[in-house]
Design a protein around this ligand. Structure first.
Ligand SMILES: [Zn+2]
Length: 218
């Protein structure tokens, strides 16, 4: 930084980040869509292509269900993913993890009461529960089979302390938060290994960008 000129200082800061942490600048210009049907997705892709957006993310409340690994659901989203890619647009989806109630068996157990509930967002599933581990596998399957580029996940950052001693992914309350974070990190890494990735925290969501526009060139 060699001057007080705001533009010059801004350029210097951006060049610094471009050099030491280029992934922080690698996020696409994306549109968040709350879709109700497949045609709305196609329309939004067309609009993105026409206006210079780089990616479309199906937001909270959209009709995408990444936990549905049925052949029909995979085929439907693979078709829409192909539709987006044919027009040079990346596609992604939102997935809610926390603030959901799954079951007494799979929810986080409060160390205070020994019962579900009392989590940071009320009820939340444990990533180390049977449901949590299956959720991880379903997300991996959906992303890989459909060719989606972006996974926008909501929770569990970092996971509530869980006093269950029967969840397969952790022993008890003492390792529960650590193990849930490890499960989440492994999922990020697994998705990211497909190609170049960048992650960012928007305040509410974590976003893992799985493929970059230029990495798909090779
Ligand atoms: Zn647990």
């Amino acid at each position: 930084m060699d001057s007080y000129d705001r533009e010059r200082r801004g350029l210097a800061v951006r060049k610094m980040y471009r050099t030491i942490a280029p992934w922080t600048l690698g996020n696409p210009i994306f549109m968040h869509l709350v879709s109700k049907n497949d045609q709305e997705v196609k329309n939004a892709v067309d609009q993105c292509a026409a206006t210079g957006y780089e990616a479309l993310i199906l937001s909270f409340g959209s009709h995408v269900n990444m936990e549905d690994t049925s052949a029909a659901n995979i085929a439907r989203w693979k078709m829409l993913s192909d539709y987006a890619h044919a027009r040079g647009i990346l596609i992604g989806g939102y997935s809610l993890f926390s603030s959901r109630r799954i079951s007494d068996k799979d929810d986080v157990i409060s160390p205070l009461t020994g019962k579900p509930g009392g989590a940071f967002f009320g009820n939340a599933p444990c990533f180390g529960s049977e449901w949590g581990l299956a959720y991880r596998d379903k997300i991996k399957y959906f992303i890989k089979q459909t060719g989606f580029d972006i996974w926008e996940n909501d929770g569990p950052y970092p996971g509530d302390v869980c006093a269950s001693t029967t969840h397969p992914g952790h022993k008890d309350e003492h390792d529960s938060q650590w193990r849930q974070m490890e499960i989440q990190k492994e999922l990020y890494r697994d998705l990211a290994e497909q190609e170049y990735t960048s992650t960012r925290q928007t305040g509410t969501f974590s976003m893992v960008r799985i493929r970059s526009g230029w990495a798909t060139v090779k």
